[in-house]
Design a protein around this ligand. Sequence first.
Ligand SMILES: C[S@@+](CC[C@H](N)C(=O)[O-])C[C@H]1O[C@@H](n2cnc3c(N)ncnc32)[C@H](O)[C@@H]1O
Length: 237
Amino acid sequence: MRPIELSPRLTALAQQVPENARFADIGTDHARLPVWLLEHGVISRAIAADLRSGPLDRARETARRHNVSERISFRFGDGLQPIQPDEADVIAIAGMGGETISDILLAAPWVAERDILLLLQPMTSAPKLREWLSGHCFRICGERLVQEEENLYVILTVRPGRMPELSRAELWAGCQERGMEEPLRGDYLALMIGRVKHAADGLRRSTRIEDAARLAEQATLLRELEHMKEEWDTWQM
Ligand SMILES: C[S@@+](CC[C@H](N)C(=O)[O-])C[C@H]1O[C@@H](n2cnc3c(N)ncnc32)[C@H](O)[C@@H]1O
């Protein structure tokens, strides 16, 4: 059997798992990520958890085909509930909405009290997830962007701790600094600008009074994001 292949998104996640991590994959579905890490000797054991039995069956099947079943502990349950606090020091929660990810963390307060590396990959609502993290004693240590077909995905590397307050534009697009290596950041900023413009267009057509205030907020956010993009483009010259 050839080693399992990963998509660019899962490859980027795998690259951030340190060697010998006690790794747990929450919402594992097909368990591709833990199976790849085991096959490549990055880790020696893993926990693969999922809320639904269908995905967990798929995870067992992948592990069986790749001969790593004995090294994966399969857990059925919601979020981090099937995991004991001392069982993992690197936890991936990937391929879900940002609000689901924050709900999972909210239900497991022990995570914020331990030296744990979180690899969070929200499919939607990344701004809400950044906001939730900054308000709940988590620190975003890094962000990585990955392109897969026409989609851009963000992976947040997060640890318990405090971080400086993020501006609204930073909640939307993450932080940037001169010299930062992120070839896809210009595209990501353009994507966020497009989304905010689209939302502002919708509000402009609205006749509801409260939408006028929201439109003003969106206009400010748009200016901040455009300024960020100009700054980023200047740094690339
Ligand atoms: C789209 S798949 C992502 C699979 C894999 N993590 C990836 O990134 O490719 C999402 C998986 O998360 C699981 N899931 C959703 N909410 C969950 C929760 N609260 N706890 C555990 N698993 C959950 C779903 O059952 C599904 O298998």
